[in-house]
Each structure stands twice: as C-alpha cells, then as structure tokens.
Design a protein around this ligand. Structure first.
Ligand code: COA
Length: 343
C-alpha cells in the first residue's frame, strides 16, 4: 500500500527535506500527544475498519514520560515549526526502551521514523545501554521490517491480559491463613528516608533479573505525580516483590482499570504463592481505588507468570511481539515472576 501514501513536503533531492529532529520541549507536549494519538488512530482505523473513539482508551504516554526522561524524547519538526513525528524513549538502568513512536500518516515512508529511532539509539548509547527493545505488531510486515533494519529481532509474544474484578473478590494476602507472614504495603505510605532504602531493595531484585535493570524512575514518577502506587510484598523485613501500578487519570491506565507497568518477585522467593499474593494485593488496591478491572501485560517468555495469570482467570485481550537487540537478548528466565511492559 506504499504507493497510496501521500508524500507531503517531499522534493526531488531528499525523502525528508525540511525536517529536523530535536529534543522535546515543554511547550511541545500537547502537540506530541496529538501526533502520537493521530498516527496510532490512523493505524488502528486501517486495521480495524473503524476509528476508536479514544485511541488508547484514556491511557496517556507523553507528559509523565517526558518528565521522567526528558532527554529520551524527540520530535521531527518541519521548517515552519510543524511537528510531524515523535518518539519517547526511556532507560531502565542498562535497558533502553523505545516507544511509543509515531509519524503522521501523510509523512510516513519518508525516513522520518528512521531518524527518530536513530535519535533514541544515540540517547541509549550516551547512557551505555546494554540491551534495547520495544514491542510492536506481529501481523504488520511494515513494523517488522522497520525495526529489523536497526537490528531488532522478533522474540516472543507479549500478552496484554486483564480480568474483571467482582466486588469483594480479592482477599488481602495477610488475611490468608496459608501465608500469614506475607503482607502488602504501599510505597506512598513510607517516610522519605525509608523510600530511599526501599529503592535499593527494588534495584537488588531487578538486578537479579537483568544486570543493571533499574525501575527507579518509574517508581519515582508514579509516587511524585500520584499516578497510582507501588505495592510492596513483604515477609517481615524482607521485600518479596513489588508492583508499579497506575490508576486512571493522567497515567498509562485506561479508563476504569488498574494497569501494572512492572512487577517482580525476588528470585529467592519465586514461588507461585508469592506471585499470587502480590496479584491479590494489586487487585485489592484496584478495588479500593473504585476500579473494576486490572490490566496485567505479560511477556510469554516469563512463562510461569503468564501461566499464573491465566490460572487466576486473566484473559488475553490482545498480543504484541517483543523486539530486542543486544548481547544478552534472551535473558528472561521462564521461572521468574516478572511483568515488564515495554510499551
Ligand atoms: C512505524 C512508523 C513510526 C514508521 O515511521 P516512518 O516514518 O513511516 O518510517 P520510515 O519511512 O523511516 O521507514 C519505513 C520503512 O518501512 C518500509 N515499509 C513500508 N511499508 C512496508 C511494507 N508493507 N512491508 C515492508 N516494509 C515496508 C519502508 O520501505 C521503510 O524502509 P526503508 O527505509 O528501508 O525503505 C509509522 O509507520 C507510524 O507512525 N505508524 C503508526 C504508529 C505506530 O504503529 N507506531 C509504532 C508502533 S510499534
């Protein structure tokens, strides 16, 4: 279908004349959101035949991501100042993640997406990323080819799962007699000094999953902007696991649902009942927040986590494919209980 794409602004010398890539500034944020939502809206419309009323069902990906990682956000801008494309990237410690990236439909297939992803890669290089990744649409030849040219390989499926929460459904783990020692607390309730100590414990867990993996920024932005909360599963003084959760408003949670950005159970505690206790805790948190659905994306390479969610009644809403480039591409241990959404 490439022949049908408008080539607005193209002249005979270059595929992307008059377009420069620069970092996002505060004043760009509303337009960046617009460009990303328009480009995805058009893509969904082409796939589904109808345009979704709200492209991401109320989830937002621009403002808080830019506050969290301003150096990782770039726009493609025409000479007259019109923003026609954007990419948002983030470093999770040693792991660089791309996405979302979008180029206005009339400007696609003119190298603009390539320049945006290259800018994100330079940012990763500056920050010494040892692995980079993203998720994309496995049924789209264009998306697979687009990322392939940067060296990304398609890996396993990512299942975006969810479950409706009935009233009174989730028991708090502490109340369960089978595991009286496990308890769930909220990061937001800790004193500032204790938060710092807790951040070190998070890093110890994530470092055990992939060397240098660090979710500190995600925890801080959720705490700082009250986008939701980070739940702590503890056994006495031991941190057994944690989950970074968004609630709807200006976060990545769609309307009416709790969304889990990241969850990990410490390798030393990787038992189904610990994962179950943490998922119970976040379902309880969802219900206390007046939400009736929980959305838990899972990489199927973390097979124990995937299976655990299905056994708990989670259903797969849609799937995407994980794309990776770097030396230790296949680091995920299928026995680990990890949920890490790279969108
Ligand atoms: C994905 C996206 C960002 C790419 O941006 P873009 O500006 O069109 O990308 P580029 O022009 O730099 O590169 C597109 C490449 O795909 C290739 N391509 C286009 N259609 C193709 C097809 N049907 N099959 C295979 N390759 C195809 C082009 O030839 C080009 O490769 P080349 O540089 O080797 O010629 C853009 O299509 C977009 O915004 N899509 C909607 C939102 C979205 O899906 N975002 C990404 C989600 S993971």
């Amino acid at each position: 279908m490439r022949a049908t794409v408008d080539r607005a602004g193209v002249d005979s010398e270059s595929r992307t004349p008059h377009v420069k890539i620069r970092r996002v500034r505060k004043g760009d944020l509303a337009r960046v959101r617009d460009v990303i939502e328009q480009s995805f809206g058009d893509y969904f419309e082409r796939q589904l035949g109808t345009r979704p009323r709200q492209v991401f069902n109320g989830a937002q990906y621009v403002h808080h991501r830019w506050l969290m990682e301003p150096w990782g956000c770039f726009v493609a801008e025409e000479n007259d100042g019109k923003i026609v494309g954007a990419v948002i990237a983030v470093m999770w410690g040693t792991v660089g993640l791309v996405g979302p990236v979008g180029v206005l439909t009339n400007y696609q297939n003119q190298d603009i997406g390539t320049h945006l992803v290259r800018a994100a890669h330079e940012f990763f290089d500056e920050n010494k990323a040892t692995l980079s990744g993203m998720v994309t649409y496995p049924n789209s030849p264009k998306h697979l080819a687009f990322y392939h040219k940067f060296g990304y390989k398609p890996k396993g499926l990512v299942a975006v799962t969810s479950r409706a929460l009935e009233r009174g459904h989730a028991a708090m783990p502490a109340a369960r007699s089978a595991r009286p020692a496990l308890a769930v607390r909220r990061f937001s309730a800790l004193e500032e000094a204790k938060k710092k100590v807790m951040m070190l414990k998070f890093r110890k867990i994530t470092n055990g999953i992939y060397r240098g993996l660090d979710l500190g920024k995600e925890v801080e932005i959720v705490d700082g902007l009250a986008l939701g909360d980070t739940l702590l599963l503890e056994n006495g003084r031991d941190l057994v696991g944690f989950a970074v959760c968004h609630t709807p408003g200006v976060s990545e949670a769609p309307a009416g649902a709790l969304y889990v950005k990241f969850l990990a159970v410490d390798g030393a505690w990787r038992r189904p009942e610990c994962f179950d206790a943490l998922v119970s805790g976040l379902e309880h948190f969802a219900q206390e927040s007046g939400l009736h659905r929980a959305i838990l994306p899972v990489y199927t390479g973390y097979f124990a986590a995937y299976q655990g969610l299905l056994e708990r009644g989670y259903q797969v809403d849609f799937t995407m494919v994980r794309m990776k480039r770097g030396k230790q591409e296949d680091y995920e241990d299928p026995a680990d209980f990890v949920l890490d959404d790279w969108r």
